[in-house]
Design a binder for this molecule. Structure first.
Ligand code: ATP
Ligand code: MG
Length: 387
């Protein structure tokens, strides 16, 4: 049976004059996401986006892909049929057979876009509703029906569906610019990336890699996480930063209790330079207040102080681990994130990290290092990989 998805845009309808730009971006994102699945046609008419699915294409796969596209509030998955009462009824009976079998009560709602159709919406609903009630012993209920059968009579065809499901929400990826996600192998940073992507950001990933202290398998894990995010954010380059020398320098020349904070300041400095190079307008991290010693308020003040030009977004800052895990499961990154490979943050971790660092102590410690030189060397040695 030929199917179509009817998509209602979310927040982009609020955008006034920018609306066209938002819609074009959303159509482009949809087309790109659907292309590998076959020849679907994507078009926009009167604020509704139509995805026509030819019978040769897997409708479930199309639905699954569209459910991950930001900027879409509601999705109706409908069957397409001739504009006759018989065809519409028969299509409802076969296409919605499972829904009809499960429901006790129902109602029919008809929208008549094509005013040349010889019956009114109410007449169509009453006629087909009456037939279905009798045939399947369904109780008509206009107020709280278990099932609503929708008929939409359009120019060329009629559509039959059982109502909308939620889309991914948010804004189309790319409509708010690009940001750099500091992507570790943990649970939090992929979730942080997903959340900002939902607000219309395109992503690049930055990963700090400390070979041989962290293994190639740890790096592969990060690529896998990046790849899983592409279902939401589209293609995403990952920049792999060589971080071993910096970590060894800190270990050799700074007091152990400051190790993590000084390391994090290096991460932010390097990330900011790379982000500017790649025309990003911000940085994203998976920090959550108080989760570890380097995420107390004073520790974050010290880390944040090195970011000179770009805002740092921390979308999971106020979330409990369990809430973050829930999203990680939903976006299918959780199982990859918990694979037990080491991260560069777990190499040389101090036994007693300083949770109330003093800025002057950090600056004193950093004076023993060639900060600029080390940053420049790491930036120059960075490799780019597509997730
Ligand atoms: P996650 O679960 O994302 O690893 P975390 O709770 O382990 O986070 P930290 O290890 O302190 O916390 O890292 C805080 C944030 O710093 C991470 O969410 C990530 O954005 C960034 N980060 C940490 N390690 C790396 C790394 N090796 N490469 C890139 N970014 C990193
Ligand atoms: Mg981590």
């Amino acid at each position: 049976m030929k199917e179509v998805l009817l998509l209602k845009c979310g927040e982009i309808v609020l955008k006034g004059l920018n609306r066209k730009k938002f819609e074009d971006r959303l159509l482009g994102n949809l087309k790109r996401r659907l292309k590998p699945l076959g020849d679907c046609t994507v078009s926009l008419r009167q604020s509704v986006i139509y995805v026509e699915i030819p019978e040769t294409v897997d409708g479930d796969a199309v639905m699954e892909a569209v459910e991950k596209v930001f900027g879409i509030a509601l999705i109706c998955r409908a069957a397409v049929c001739e504009k006759t009462l018989e065809a519409m009824q028969e299509t409802a009976e076969t296409y919605l057979a499972d829904h009809i079998a499960r429901a006790q009560s129902f109602k029919v709602e008809t929208k008549r876009g094509d005013k040349r159709f010889p019956m009114t919406s109410i007449q169509v609903s009453q006629h087909i509703g009456g037939e279905l009630a009798q045939k399947y012993h369904l109780k008509p209920d206009m107020h709280h029906p278990e099932l609503t059968i929708h008929f939409e009579i359009r120019e060329q065809y009629a559509f039959v569906h059982a109502g909308p499901v939620q889309g991914a929400g948010g804004m189309p990826v790319g409509t708010n610019g690009r940001a750099a996600l500091l992507l570790s192998g943990g649970i939090d940073s992929p979730v942080a990336g997903y959340m900002m992507c939902k607000r219309g950001l395109e992503l690049i990933g930055i990963h700090f890699f400390s070979y041989p202290y962290t293994s190639d398998r740890a790096k592969e894990k990060v690529f896998e996480l990046g790849h899983k995010l592409t279902a939401y954010c589209g293609k995403m380059p990952i920049l792999v930063v060589p971080f071993t020398k910096i970590q060894e320098e800190i270990r050799d020349k700074c007091h152990e209790e400051l190790f993590t904070l000084i390391m994090r300041r290096f991460m932010m400095r390097i990330a900011e330079q790379l982000a500017v190079q790649y025309e990003c307008g911000g940085l994203i991290t998976g920090e959550s207040l108080g989760q570890v010693a380097s995420q107390t308020m004073p520790a974050m003040a010290v880390t944040n102080a090195v970011c000179e030009t770009l805002p740092v977004f921390r979308p999971v800052i106020g979330m409990d681990k369990e809430e973050i895990v829930q999203i990680a499961r939903k976006i299918d990154t959780f199982e990859t994130s918990i694979l037990p490979y080491e991260d560069c943050c777990t190499v040389f971790t101090p036994k007693h990290p300083n949770t109330k660092p003093k800025m002057y102590k950090i600056l004193e410690a950093e004076a023993a290092l060639d900060v600029e030189g080390l940053v420049a060397e790491a930036v120059a040695g960075t490799e780019r990989v597509m997730a």
